[in-house]
Design a protein around this ligand. Structure first.
Ligand SMILES: [Zn+2]
Length: 239
């Protein structure tokens, strides 16, 4: 299922995307590249689709060592959904952009709700020590997928490797254009904006040298996104 299928889809005006606030954590100075600690939000998203509600990312898992390192101020899945007037029973499907502890923390609370993840990501999470919290992986009902997959009509998962090899983003086609839930494809909207501008320069035939950008930026931009949301930045990208 490729880009052509996505573009031929007419889109739906009535699919709302809402942010789910899972709290924040403090990334220590040695991980930020700036020499200073940084407080980062942990954000998921709900897609209100006529065929059921989809949740993209489920919040931060908990472990004494992780909590000591990242000092989270955590909103659990139930609490975070309640803040937008939703509950776990409303969900039909879920997906994780990737399987680090801060994106799949609420998975074990989902019960029988299927969680779509790239098979490559699941393999890495199962095989790599300290990749994530093992109980989050064992407690999930995963539906591994490969490549682009339509999970609800007009709603697609698309691999966007980089932060992890099996990272994926979610694309929601609407009548007014695509809404992209990028996850952690980029840490910030500003980084996405920089890659988008580099993509534009390349498309314009601007001379080298130009920055290297991931191949999938072209696929995303050809969808004519109206807004791109991120897992760790409240700012968004807009054209
Ligand atoms: Zn993250």
């Amino acid at each position: 299922m490729g880009l052509r299928v996505i573009c031929e889809y007419g889109g739906m005006a009535d699919v709302a995307v809402r942010r789910v606030d899972f709290g924040y954590f403090v990334r220590p100075a040695e991980e930020t590249g700036t020499g200073r600690p940084r407080v980062e939000p942990c954000l998921g998203y709900v897609v209100d689709h006529p065929q059921g509600m989809l949740l993209f990312d489920t919040g931060m898992g908990s472990h004494p060592e992780v909590d000591a390192h990242y000092r989270p101020r955590r909103a659990g899945l139930r609490e975070a959904l309640a803040l937008i007037g939703a509950q776990i029973a409303d969900l039909r499907v879920a997906a994780n952009c990737h399987l680090h502890f801060d994106h799949c923390g609420g998975n074990p609370l989902l019960g029988p709700i299927p969680v779509f993840v790239q098979g490559a990501e699941l393999d890495i999470a199962r095989q790599t020590q300290d990749y994530t919290l093992p109980e989050l992986i064992e407690g999930s009902r995963f539906e591994p997928v490969t490549g682009e997959v339509e999970v609800l009509p007009g709603v697609f998962l698309m691999p966007t490797p980089g932060h992890t090899d099996g990272h994926q983003s979610l694309i929601v086609r609407r009548a007014d254009g695509a809404v992209i839930l990028a996850g952690q494809s980029h840490d910030t909207a500003a980084q996405y904006a920089a890659d988008q501008l580099a993509w534009r320069a390349r498309r314009d035939g601007h001379g080298q040298p130009l920055p290297d950008i991931p191949n999938w930026i072209d696929t995303l931009q050809q969808l004519d996104p109206r807004v791109v949301y991120f897992a760790h930045d409240r700012s968004v990208w807009t054209p």
